[in-house]
Ligand binder design. Structure first.
Ligand code: KG4
Ligand code: ZN
Length: 349
């Protein structure tokens, strides 16, 4: 089963062709990602209108390249998948409309994919992880702990009450005059910094539910930075290191609680899976390893280029849905907001 996947929900224009083998394993035939970072950098964040226009300009070319690298034509596809939300609506419309056009002309089924579902299922493309697993989804817009029990069967265990972790990294970078996107910059600075210099809070520590709160941490960092301004290079590195350490401690505490809730409700998870752009962070990966080990399971983290937004994850989610007969009609509308728990599907148990 061969599926084309299109991703345009944020600032990456991406297309990929993925194959799902009869035994359920996945194979990436092509995976093309065009980042718009340079077009948004001057604004310190993604500008929705610029993003939508850039998707329009690039998408046809990116799809052609993905098909060419895979060495197939549209007629060889079994289906066409596109992220239909959640995300910046202008971009989502561009990707979904393009997918509908290809599906219509080539006479192939359309799979409208929830972007978060695609992040959630990527570990099955790379590592064939069986259900049920515990997912830690940390991106620019989301910070959630989920029980992934089947395709279309996602239960929310923990959620952020304010900022997402990626957003906190991005805001920290902006405050300290580092570039956009902030996560990789803060991580780089943190390597040369002292994580113990600034006493930042660990919000929600020890709470019995598995929710997150990041906005207090961001405010505390701003106050510390203001106290010692103007900042030297070492100050910036120390602030980044202290911030990253606080995030690591928060994730350790919240995820430990989340894993215990998972175990108590659904039994032992087959794995702890991390997904979303923030999962590219090395310090976080280290603590995730420890948490998985402590709770008697294994950590699965897709390669960094499959953690950040890409077309392969959309194509794979499409293939998983197609294999279950879950296809969509051309009438389907894009959605700016689309919580993962609202994804329609079937439960595999
Ligand atoms: O999943 P993603 O590519 O896009 C969204 O769907 O949001 O995640 C992007 C987020 C950004 O906030 C970015 O700063 C963060 O992931 N990120 C990182 C790192 N690489 C990307 N955060 C911390 N450390 C990193 N190395
Ligand atoms: Zn994403």
């Amino acid at each position: 089963m061969v599926v084309l996947g299109i991703e345009t929900t944020c600032d990456e224009t991406a297309a990929a062709v993925v194959q799902r083998l009869p035994d359920g394993r996945g194979k990436i035939l092509s995976n093309i990602v065009l980042s718009q970072t340079s077009e948004h950098a001057a604004f310190g964040g993604v500008v929705p209108e610029i993003a939508a226009r850039a998707h329009v300009e690039a998408l046809d070319r990116i799809i052609a390249k993905a098909m060419q690298e895979a060495g197939i034509g549209f007629d060889a596809l079994d289906g066409v998948a596109a992220a239909a939300g959640p995300g910046l609506i202008g971009g989502v419309i561009v990707g979904l409309t393009t997918a509908k056009a290809i599906a219509l002309v080539a006479g192939k089924p359309l799979m409208a994919i929830n972007h978060l579902e695609a992040h959630a299922l990527t570990a099955r493309l790379t590592d064939a992880v069986p259900f049920p697993y515990c997912l830690f989804l940390a991106s620019g817009g989301h910070t959630q702990i989920l029980a992934v029990r089947g395709v279309g069967d996602y239960v929310l265990i923990g959620n952020t009450m304010d900022d997402a972790i990626g957003e906190a990294f991005d805001k920290t970078a902006k405050l300290l005059g580092l570039g956009y996107p902030g996560g990789p910059q803060v991580e780089k600075e943190a390597m040369a910094g002292n994580p113990e210099r600034f006493a930042l809070p660990r919000p929600m520590h020890g709470r019995p539910e598995a929710d997150f709160s990041l906005s207090g941490l961001k405010t505390a960092l701003r106050l510390e930075a203001e106290k010692i301004a103007p900042l030297s290079d070492q100050d910036v590195a120390d602030l980044c290191a202290s911030f990253q350490q606080a995030v690591v401690d928060v994730v350790a505490d919240r995820l430990r609680t989340g894993l215990a809730i998972f175990r108590g409700t659904y039994g032992a998870p087959t794995a702890l899976v991390a997904a979303g752009g923030v999962a590219a962070n090395q310090a976080l990966r280290k603590i995730l390893h420890r948490l998985a080990f402590e709770s008697g399971t294994v950590l699965v983290v897709p390669a960094p280029e499959l953690c950040t937004d890409n077309g392969a994850m959309i194509a794979w989610a499409g293939a998983e849905r197609l294999a279950l007969g879950l296809v969509d009609t051309l009438e389907l509308s894009p959605r700016a907001r689309w919580p993962l728990q609202e994804v329609a599907g079937v439960a595999l148990r």
